[in-house]
Design a protein around this ligand. Structure first.
Ligand code: GAP
Length: 488
């Protein structure tokens, strides 16, 4: 039995060893909290994105997609509240030169008190911290850190700077003159590209409320505490959908999307007890309901997706700052209004990590001196990077030629790998490790009766099937449609 800590280490190492994820600019010792997806990682990521995209825009007649630019007018981020409010309270240790989130230092101290059974102290500190956060009182946060004698985990000293707000947006310059007015931001969320295009899409698509706009794409945040591999990155990908509804109906739709999104996760075959909702008690000023879908990662339950009822906050602010009407004309009531919005927002990289953690297995196989550990990535077949591997049993007697013919017939429909090196057992293991659900072996019998051995990843069972039947079998098990039907 692998412990959660061990599992996480193994998943991280496996992701690199098998071409899923590499550290960015590794030959220069990497760039903090930035990662590259390798040859298998990009396929898994593309498949997960496709699953999300199709379940939104293909399976819902009233949801359409867009692809907005990463750069947006600087006023967008003023209206959205990111310029003034998208920041974390930070504190630096003068000896280690390390920067920390002040609230996280305090939360860790609360946990320490709880572990030591000092419940009164934990509760008092929790209340004081929440008050300081609510009042945006940075001095009070600093005082709490000093009062509770919190030390820097690196230097072990209490030599702290004051607490300051640190905006998480990256800015850069546009055009040739580098003055303040030219500053543009790398978007910290994809959602705003949807809000500013709300009327463009509604009018050109003749959309009637309720309707949704979906988008996937890169987002950037200058995260200070970037930990746990691809859990918290500085460059990451979001898949967001804004659902525009009539004011007053938002709670109904919030409940609908809460249920629908959890079903979408469960359709991937991951046990339901690995998930939970975390309903927000303390709501952002613009929200009237919010919940997170949390997954049990090896380091505890953490947010993968947020579902937010954002009222008309974003559209109203964009209307005010741009001076352009962002209202929907309701032909049924002959009146105009600013719609309310239910947002579903999931991080693609976090979803990727979720899949890797839940799929990684080490299993004992064989008996006696043939006992061995096989590492399997039991990914849902529909999202596996390679759907089928084709092996000639030997490199002679016309078997490679026959195997190549099968490859050629399957390649237009499925991502296939051809391998003829090493013993069949070794080839199976290599594909178990990257999650390939099926392996086909071409042997001498194949030349006589046009049948092959089809080996199943999870059960390791082998069956003899007609070459003609392969495409149908693979479609049934690896095609996206079964997943999409289950997700409804
Ligand atoms: N538009 C709403 C929004 O951006 P969020 O809770 O800040 O909400 C949504 O982000 C999702 O994006 C999160 O649930 C998470 O999966 C992902 N996410 C946020 N910050 C991330 C980061 N630094 N690295 C990786 N994923 C991140």
């Amino acid at each position: 039995m692998i412990s959660p800590e061990e599992l996480f280490k193994k998943v991280t190492a496996h992701a690199k060893e098998y071409g899923f994820i590499f550290q960015s600019s590794e030959i220069y010792d990497g760039l903090g909290a930035v990662y590259d997806y390798g040859q298998n990682g990009v396929e898994l990521k593309n498949n997960l994105r496709e699953y999300w995209w199709k379940s939104m825009v293909q399976m819902n007649e009233n949801i359409v997609g867009i692809d907005a630019a990463i750069f947006m007018h600087p006023k967008v981020w003023k209206a959205s509240g990111h310029v003034d409010g998208f920041s974390d309270p930070m504190i630096d240790n003068k000896d280690s030169k390390k920067r920390y989130r002040a609230d996280q230092l305090l939360e860790e101290q609360i946990e320490k008190y709880e572990k030591k059974g000092k419940t009164d102290k934990a509760e008092a500190l929790n209340a004081a911290m929440n008050k300081a956060l609510n009042d945006n009182d940075l001095k009070a946060m600093y005082n709490l850190i000093v009062e509770h004698e919190i030390v820097c985990p690196i230097s072990g000293t209490r030599n702290w700077t004051e607490v300051r707000q640190f905006n998480l947006m990256f800015s850069t310059q546009m055009g040739s003159v580098a003055d303040e007015s030219d500053a543009v931001y790398l978007r910290p969320e994809t959602a705003q590209g949807i809000f500013v295009n709300f009327l463009n899409v509604q009018k050109t698509g003749r959309m009637k409320i309720p309707f949704g706009i979906a988008q996937t794409g890169k987002a950037f945040r200058n995260e200070i505490i970037a930990r746990q591999f691809i859990m918290r990155m500085r460059e990451f990908e979001q898949m967001e959908m804004q659902f525009f509804v009539k004011p007053g109906t938002e709670m109904e739709w919030f409940a609908h999307w809460k249920k629908t999104r959890l079903n979408w996760h469960l359709a991937l075959g991951i046990p339901a007890d690995s998930y939970r909702f975390h309903d927000h008690e303390k709501l952002a000023h613009y929200a009237n309901a919010a919940t997170d879908i949390e997954f049990r990662f090896p380091f505890g339950f953490k947010e993968v997706e947020g579902i937010h009822s954002r009222t008309d906050f974003d559209l109203r602010n964009h209307q005010e700052l741009s001076g352009k009407k962002l209202q929907y004309f309701d032909p049924e009531t002959n009146s105009s209004y600013i719609p309310y919005v239910i947002e579903t927002s999931i991080g693609l990289d976090r979803l990727f990590l979720l899949l890797m953690c839940s799929a990684y297995r080490e299993e004992e196989t064989g008996e006696g001196d043939k006992k061995e550990i096989r590492t399997v990535l039991a990914l849902p077949p529909q999202v596996a990077p390679v759907k089928v591997a084709v092996f000639p049993l030997t490199k002679k007697d016309g078997l490679p030629e026959k195997a190549r013919k099968i490859m050629d017939s399957l390649m237009p429909s499925f991502r296939c790998h051809y391998e003829e090196k090493d013993a069949i057992g070794k080839r199976y293991r290599r594909h178990d490790a990257i999650g390939t659900p099926f392996c086909i072996t071409v042997d001498h019998e194949s030349l006589q009766n046009d049948t092959v051995t089809l080996r199943h990843r999870d059960t390791m069972q082998q069956e003899r099937v007609a070459i003609d039947a392969l495409e149908g079998i693979l479609f049934k098990h690896t095609g996206m449609s079964s997943l999409l039907k289950n997700a409804q």
